[in-house]
Design a protein around this ligand. Structure first.
Ligand code: RIB
Ligand code: CA
Length: 326
């Protein structure tokens, strides 16, 4: 099977890190580069965490570019209350190498890369600041991408950092608006409507322990902090793992069901960061996004667990069904 080439823009971050474990180990993907933006944690911490994941996978051949250290307009507000001060649940995961960042900024790299290459897709797992800055430098950015998937926004699900807004687009609503207005490529919006259905539960973690104790222990270490947040604010036992679903959607286009619509962003006032999804075509504007609305959690976990646990997909699928997990 020919590997599909992707670049991941991220703000690692607990669920970003799970998405990186999944994407980098997936047999159907070639991760050409990682670009990092301020988001869950300040950009330098996010870059450090990206290296921690690459070190864990022995994949320091994948270049890492640091980008925006703050949003286009707003002051920077991190999500360290959710991801821990170190961005990995304060789980004391340490750097093990002296690997260094590439010299170019993330937006310079993205702008130049998509001038030459037209065989690569971009999966954005954080605020869209790097993408907006790259688009300003290369107006053809979107036209030269094969696909663009963004974990962000929400259609009908409540917000996770305000009554109506999802964090990535709340953190930098101006960048999100600019990308949705000017990318010139349909944005595959994997928002809270579907990611809230992807919950890593205690039973799933126990199952992971029986299959691959070391991987389960790593996942437990970085997600423990996240569970406390989820109990306090979402009143669930476990944690929503948003970002891996964006990767799974890219891999399996039948995984999420949804619809095309015109989307704009609220950039001020009480709805700041909200995705305004024109599902009934009030504005008569051409659709600029695919809005994912339904997903099979079990189908997601079949692939996600098979890859990160390095286990046969058929065995995982059978276990998830008989144990009623996922
Ligand atoms: O709202 C969830 C998103 O914000 C995820 O990508 C999480 O990592 C944070 O970046
Ligand atoms: Ca993220």
């Amino acid at each position: 099977m020919k590997k599909r080439k992707i670049i991941i823009d991220c703000d690692p971050g607990i669920d970003d890190s799970l998405a990186l474990l999944y994407a980098i180990q997936h047999p159907g993907l070639e991760v050409a580069a990682l670009t990092v933006t301020a988001g869950n944690v300040p950009v330098e911490l996010g870059a450090d965490n990206a290296f921690k994941i690459l070190e864990r996978l022995n994949r320091l051949d994948i270049p890492v570019y640091a980008g925006a250290d703050r949003p286009l307009v707003r002051d920077f507000v991190s999500a360290q209350d959710t991801h821990g001060m170190d961005g990995l649940g304060d789980g004391s995961i340490k750097r093990r190498s002296a690997a260094t960042l590439q010299p170019e900024t993330a937006s310079d790299f993205l702008a130049a890369y998509f001038r030459e290459q037209q065989d690569t897709s971009l999966i954005a797992l954080g605020p869209l600041t790097n993408i907006a800055q790259a688009l300003r430098k290369n107006p053809l950015l979107g036209q030269h991408m094969e696909r663009f998937v963004s974990m962000g926004g929400s259609y009908k699900s409540h917000g996770n950092c305000s009554p109506v807004a999802e964090y990535n687009y709340w953190c930098d609503p101006h960048a999100a608006q600019e990308v949705y207005q000017k990318l010139g490529r349909k944005i595959e919006m994997i928002g809270l409507d579907v990611t809230r259905q992807i919950v890593l539960t205690p039973n799933l973690l126990e199952y992971m322990h029986f299959i691959q104790p070391e991987v389960a222990a790593f996942v437990r270490t970085i997600t423990r902090f996240y569970w406390d947040f989820h109990w306090k604010y979402e009143h669930i036992i476990g944690c929503v793992i948003n970002d891996p679903l964006a990767v799974a959607h890219f891999l399996h286009e039948d995984l999420c069901q949804g619809f095309d619509a015109f989307v704009d962003l609220a950039t001020e006032g009480p709805a700041l960061g909200q995705t305004v999804v024109d599902a009934y075509d009030f504005y008569h504007r051409p659709a600029n996004a695919f809005i994912a609305q339904e997903v099979s959690s079990q189908l997601f976990f079949q692939d996600f667990l098979a890859v990160i646990l390095e286990a046969p997909q058929e065995m995982i699928a059978q276990d998830l069904r008989t144990l009623q997990l996922g």
